[in-house]
Design a binder for this molecule. Structure first.
Ligand SMILES: Nc1nc2c(ncn2[C@@H]2O[C@H](COP(=O)(O)OP(=O)(O)OP(=O)(O)O)[C@@H](O)[C@H]2O)c(=O)[nH]1
Length: 200
């Protein structure tokens, strides 16, 4: 039987985090079900789309996967501005990447969207024997900063779909009940950005 029409949410989602933490791999796992051991570093940013159907809403994600290398840092605001959700990624086997993730959270709190749904994600859970970041520490940091926290592995796919489903649920909940068609992205800015980005 056909499901009744539910609200449609267009949500811009940005991934931020140190280089090599697995941002691209997480998105590729979610969007295409693929994983590469030799995933190339992202240059600038990469764009993906994916649709998730929940009982309460259909969420269309516009996903910006940013480059983690320091030289691209100044580009990041272009991608997190107007975002409805941000995923800050670190690698559980690298304390340095966790410290970098904390910096990203501070930057988002200063400059990001006020109602941003934020997730802190410890990726490379399959490297648990080499763990440097304890999950209690990450969980506490996430709680203190109003984020939800999850550990994932893009390699084994563990918790990858759960991450995006949880974000979709929170976005659906953040919207009042009669808001079908409302977009969570900042349309005006987004149009400007598109003009800016696509002028050849
Ligand atoms: N063991 C393991 N390796 C992973 C996982 N996710 C990604 N990798 C590997 O980590 C390396 C970096 O992955 P990327 O997805 O390019 O990381 P990124 O955060 O997008 O990197 P930048 O584009 O430089 O910011 C690649 O060799 C991946 O194969 C994971 O869950 N487990």
């Amino acid at each position: 039987m056909a499901r009744p029409a539910n609200k449609i949410i267009n949500a811009k989602l940005v991934l931020l985090g140190d280089m090599g933490t697995g941002k691209t791999s997480m998105v590729l796992r979610f969007v295409k079900g693929q994983f590469y051991d030799n995933q190339e570093p992202t240059v600038g940013a990469a764009f993906f789309t994916q649709i998730l159907s929940l009982a309460e809403a259909t969420v269309k994600f516009d996903i910006w996967d940013t480059a983690g290398q320091e030289r691209y840092h100044s580009l990041a605001p272009m991608y997190y501005r107007g975002a409805a959700a941000a995923v800050v990624v670190y690698d559980i086997s690298s304390m340095d990447t966790f410290l970098r993730a904390k910096k990203w959270v501070q930057e988002l709190q200063r400059q990001g969207n006020q109602n941003l749904v934020m997730a802190l994600v410890g990726n490379k859970l399959d490297l648990d024997p080499k763990r440097e970041v304890q999950n209690e520490d990450a969980e506490q940091f996430a709680q203190e900063n109003g984020m939800f926290y999850l550990e994932t592995s893009a390699k084994t796919a563990q918790n990858i779909n759960d991450l995006f489903f949880e974000i979709a649920k929170r976005l659906a909940r953040a919207l009042p009940s009669r808001t079908a068609g409302i977009t969570l992205t900042d349309e005006k800015r987004e149009r400007k950005r598109r003009r800016f980005c696509c002028l050849g």
